[in-house]
Design a protein around this ligand. Structure first.
Ligand SMILES: Nc1ncnc2c1ncn2[C@@H]1O[C@H](COP(=O)(O)OP(=O)(O)OP(=O)(O)O)[C@@H](O)[C@H]1O
Ligand SMILES: [Mg+2]
Length: 127
């Protein structure tokens, strides 16, 4: 169904992606959902970007990462109907043996919210 309703580009274009810039862009692009709409209902969602300095650029499909990040932000907002804090954090990590002192090999983006949460025992309600 997903392939049918949201067809991917025939060929993914991998290019240099600056994740810190992408995070800032997604926060800007989603402002209506985390600021304007909640504000109309008297709700405040604080958004924080904790961006790792000197984060190495990655090779990736920028539009795919942007879409994924946007969905995580929407999910986080949906999970905070009474307001809260949404934090987007980037990091650089060393993978494999002897990580200390080695140049970072991986980057990560975390999207954290202070909302209702979920775990295996308490799956989300079916809407
Ligand atoms: N940050 C979160 N906190 C709590 N529950 C979450 C969070 N993210 C997702 N969920 C739960 O997982 C469900 C599935 O999320 P998913 O993004 O796949 O679909 P959706 O948000 O319901 O619909 P869509 O993304 O198509 O609008 C959500 O409906 C919600 O119940
Ligand atoms: Mg969703």
């Amino acid at each position: 169904m997903r392939e049918f309703s949201r067809p991917r580009e025939a060929q993914l274009v991998l290019a240099r992606v600056e994740l810190n810039a992408l995070v800032k862009q997604v926060i800007d692009l989603t402002r209506a959902r985390w600021h304007d709409l909640p504000e109309q209902r008297g709700i405040v969602i604080d958004v924080k970007a904790e961006l790792c300095p000197d984060l190495p650029a990655i090779q990736g499909a920028e539009s795919e990462i942007r879409d994924a990040l946007t969905n995580l932000v929407f999910n986080a907002v949906d999970a905070m109907p009474e307001g809260g804090t949404l934090t987007c954090r980037t990091g650089a990590v060393c993978r494999g043996a002897g990580g200390n002192g080695m140049a970072p090999t991986d980057t990560c983006i975390r999207v954290h919210d202070t909302g209702v949460g979920m775990d295996e025992e308490n799956p989300p309600p079916v809407r």
